[in-house]
Design a protein around this ligand. Structure first.
Ligand code: HAM
Length: 418
């Protein structure tokens, strides 16, 4: 027997039993994005490798070791997108959507990172992302956070997620802080974990989210980023906090929140949950005022976030918040040889007259007992038995309801409204 070919490790099929949950989640995301007047943008999944190197940063985990990069047949280096922000900025620049304009955009689609797969972490995963361009004040930061807070409300998981906020301040302030942190950590280098030692030179801010307890103990006395905030960044952060306070959004200041991508400045935030184990960040983002220019456009302020769809679906499932999927309404079957020929037309007539119904037509010429057994197994509420000159409607879920005979399809009323 031929050997089965399996899916690539970390890349999942989303099976028919799971797609109703995904469709529900996607439906809510699309509806809420529209409520806030965000427009959808769809970008290719393949981009030039340089795009990600220049935006996410050469010495980040993503670019150093997680990208799916290959040379195509022309010898060009291409990469399966590990995230959406860089592609969105590339598309915005390329089509003149950004300079001197206000844009509120969203996207949803697969992203690819060669990480070690575990619950909530995959090699192909899906993000819903929001990117807002051309607005520099804290009001737009507040808007996208309020949008996410509304999503948690709609999904019924507001109590399961916590908002963590920080400011990475200006590039200059961050550079000064980096130096101070490096100097401090050098004096304690022997106690640091290996990864952190390596990051001292390359990306010292990432030492702040080291998982090692020894490193975390050393960090307790490290200089604080907020002591290096410039006045404008402080005012921006205060402005955001005031707006969140006024809207009743709870948050915690997490001074160690630095994010794994290089393009951020000022506001950064994450929504985290304790319900998913190690991969608890459901949604993350922040401001990236320098990226549009860095990728060749004219300077344009920007802020956005992305949420991991798999994590969101897992969380909703764990909390029992996925609504039951709709069942089949009607199972149509012929019970005479003449009706066999007529049954497809009957099913069509019903679908035309009552488009809100879910109608399945029996296929195959079994005896009536077998057909009824299939109808039962299909989960349909009703079966319609097509006879030579009339129809019999049977309730399949409540046996005590007597079947009714219909002389015309126009008498068919299942009480299902669209
Ligand atoms: P990120 O923090 O790399 O940010 O990813 C955002 C979210 O995507 C994470 O919080 C997580 O929920 C999900 N995610 C990331 N990697 C995986 C994975 N391997 N498996 C499953 N889920 C994952 C960004 O991607 C930025 N582009 C966000 C952004 C948009 N910032 C500004 N605008």
């Amino acid at each position: 027997m031929a050997k089965n070919i399996q899916a690539i490790r970390g890349m999942n099929d989303i099976l028919p039993s799971d797609t109703p949950a995904w469709q529900y989640v996607e439906g809510v995301l699309r509806r809420v994005a529209a409520q806030y007047s965000y427009q959808e943008i769809r970008m290719p999944v393949l981009e030039s490798t340089d795009l990600f190197k220049r935006s996410i940063g050469e010495v980040t985990d993503i670019v150093e070791k997680e990208m799916y990069t290959f040379d195509d047949r022309n010898g060009d280096s291409l990469t399966l997108r590990p995230e959406g922000t860089a592609s969105c900025v590339r598309a915005g620049n390329e089509h003149g959507l950004l300079y001197n304009q206000i844009q509120r955009l969203w996207y949803l689609g697969p992203m690819f990172r060669h990480e070690r797969p575990q619950k909530g972490r995959y090699r192909q995963f899906h993000q819903f992302g929001i990117e807002a361009f051309g607005m520099e004040g804290p009001d737009i930061d507040a808007e996208i956070i309020l949008l996410t807070a509304r999503l948690w409300q709609e999904f019924g998981i507001a109590e399961q997620v916590e908002l963590q906020l920080n400011s990475l301040a200006s590039n200059e302030a961050r550079a000064a802080y980096r130096e101070a942190l490096r100097e401090f950590l050098r004096a304690h280098e022997d106690g640091l974990d290996e990864d952190s030692k390596r990051r001292l030179d390359t990306n010292v801010l990432r030492v702040l989210d080291s998982k090692s307890p020894e490193t975390q103990a050393i960090l307790a006395d490290a200089p604080k980023l907020s002591d290096y905030w410039d006045d404008e960044s402080r005012a921006h952060f205060d402005g955001l906090c005031q707006r969140l306070d006024a809207a009743g959004i709870r948050y915690v200041l997490n001074e160690r929140l630095v994010r794994g991508l290089d393009y951020y400045n000022r506001t950064v935030f994450e929504w985290v949950t304790t319900e998913l184990g190690a991969q608890g960040t459901v949604c993350a983002g922040g401001r990236y005022d320098g990226l549009v220019e860095q990728l060749g456009g004219k300077a344009t302020p920007a802020v956005g976030f992305a949420m991991g769809m798999e994590r969101l679906v897992l969380l909703l499932e764990a909390q029992g918040k996925i609504p039951p999927s709709p069942t089949l309404d009607l199972y149509v079957m012929a019970v005479t040889p003449a009706a066999e020929l007529n049954a497809p037309a009957v099913a069509e007539q019903i679908r035309t007259a009552q488009p809100q119904l879910r109608v399945q037509l029996h296929s195959g010429s079994q005896n009536i007992k077998k057909k009824l057994a299939r109808a039962d197994k299909s989960g349909a509420t009703y079966a319609l038995l097509v006879r030579d000159t009339d129809f019999e409607l049977k309730h399949l879920r409540q046996r005590e309801i007597e079947p009714v005979v219909l002389t015309s399809l126009s008498d068919l009323n299942l009480g299902v409204n669209g």
